[in-house]
Design a binder for this molecule. Structure first.
Ligand code: FES
Length: 70
């Protein structure tokens, strides 16, 4: 699904940027170009960013649990 129409940035591209270390809308903008033109997508970009960060936290917690239980 396209998040930023101006720069043709989709959810997967933003999720990939988060995995690569982007943790703010500014970092997403620098890595992907999203929210770099009209800015109307900024709230959507932030929503995808927060969800991706939550997913990363959840996966790192489950990795830690797996390491602790082995
Ligand atoms: S829709 Fe993303 S900057 Fe315009």
């Amino acid at each position: 699904m396209i998040v930023c129409i101006c720069n043709n940035v989709n959810v997967a591209t933003i999720e990939s940027a988060v995995v690569d270390g982007a943790a703010t809308v500014d970092a997403i903008r620098q890595q992907t170009g999203a929210a770099g033109c009209c800015g109307k997508c900024q709230f959507k970009v932030n929503r995808v960013l927060q969800k991706s960060l939550d997913n990363l936290d959840a996966s790192s917690v489950s990795s830690s649990i797996a390491v602790m239980s082995s």
